[in-house]
Design a protein around this ligand. Sequence first.
Ligand code: AMP
Length: 492
Amino acid sequence: MAFAQLQLAAPLARAVADLGYESMTPIQAQAIPVVLQGRDVMGAAQTGTGKTAAFSLPLLQRMLKHQSSSTSPARHPVRALVLLPTRELADQVAQAIKDYAKHTQLRCAVVFGGMDMKPQTIELKKGVEILVATPGRLLDHIEAKNAVLNQVEYVVLDEADRMLDIGFLPDLQRILSYLPKQRTTLLFSATFSPEIKRLAGSYLQDPVTIEVGGSNGTAATVEQHFYSVGDDDKRHALHQILKQRDLKQAFVFVNSKLGCARLARSLEREGLKTTALHGDKSQDERLKALDAFKKGEVDLLVCTDVAARGLDIKDVPAVFNFDIPFNAEDYVHRIGRTGRAGALGLALSFVSKSDARLVADIEKLLKTKIELEAVEFDENVPDIHRQGRINDGRRMYAEGVPDDSRHGSHRSGALRDVAREGQFARPERPPRRDYTRPTPAARDPFFDKPYEAPPTAETTPTWDATVSRPGARSISANIKPKRRVAALFKAE
Ligand code: AMP
């Protein structure tokens, strides 16, 4: 459905046209008419589906009647509050709302922690209609009387599941208690856990439920692979897959801040242009890391879940789960970083022997069987992680060919046991999908656009520069054909 059919007010239609949007994404087509009617919404949609425009365009449209050219702060009270779990996400959503509102006189400001409160205070005191915030910092401003919320008409709880994961429930409850009872509340979450349903039950009135791609679902455009890799071989496997799949940039997820910093350092030492993003980094360092990735100055962004939550870096070609997440829902969030807004994506997970339970949790959440695949190492990608080890290019893991004699019986034994217990299926393997082929079922020409590398990424990625390539193939013949796991999950 085209935006033209919506009869958006002229300033909003112009902003949408400026951004080059033509057709609505599924969440937009479903949510915009409902929000325009003033109904509460419980939406299951990840970042990357066009969710920000889905809630902000209709809110802006409904708020246009309040726009004022007056400079008096009293004429610009906060009317819409958008709450998000992380600084980066708040910044990103505020930027998007500013873009959508740029031809109106509605003002948008963002407040989050880790930054001086003073500039935020000055902006708040001038008056803003749309306030985007993380819960903790918003409470600071409420207590300091910088933010008055008694005229709020709209509240958006975005990435609500993550806000609960982080422990923001008490903060959210407090914030919501300051707001007028008569209001429209929109709740968005990648997954509908029982806690989210409880939150919705307490704060939403007769909400319209909108699900895109099914709750707890993973984007249909993400091709997923689970590799059985010993802990000591993960870095080698990463190098191997980057090269074999001809990947230009990737996110690499790890479970701990310490692991994040260590891995980033090791990869950097091994010649890969890498940066780390984790909670111990200052806000400035985090924004710089993001910026460097966006500009293509770094190829790998090694990150933890909280730090990377909801980052809108368009079309990251691949996401690696260097560690399997402790929480299965994080798997859904992590792989939501790739295959965004219809682009093709690739999610590659390294499963070590101790991960059987975590993988079983992901199977349960996604309601599908996960097959483990082997990484077959290629002698052209030297194993720079295990100095002095002989590499004959024939190492195989899992799939019944564990090389226990060389790597110790711990390596694949657990996985073999799991396979025996039938947790990991060994399915028929249809021919593999060509990663570079556009999706046939694209809804919008926008979604047919290939991955656009950032400006400076035209330079050879570091893994190509450091390792000579035997041929120009993009996918190793040694990698076994896989089924398109995403097809098993509920498609949009
Ligand atoms: P979001 O899920 O809101 O973070 O949006 C993901 C990305 O998709 C953002 O970069 C948006 O600018 C872009 N986007 C949102 N809606 C559309 C649309 N209808 N057509 C093209 N791009 C869009």
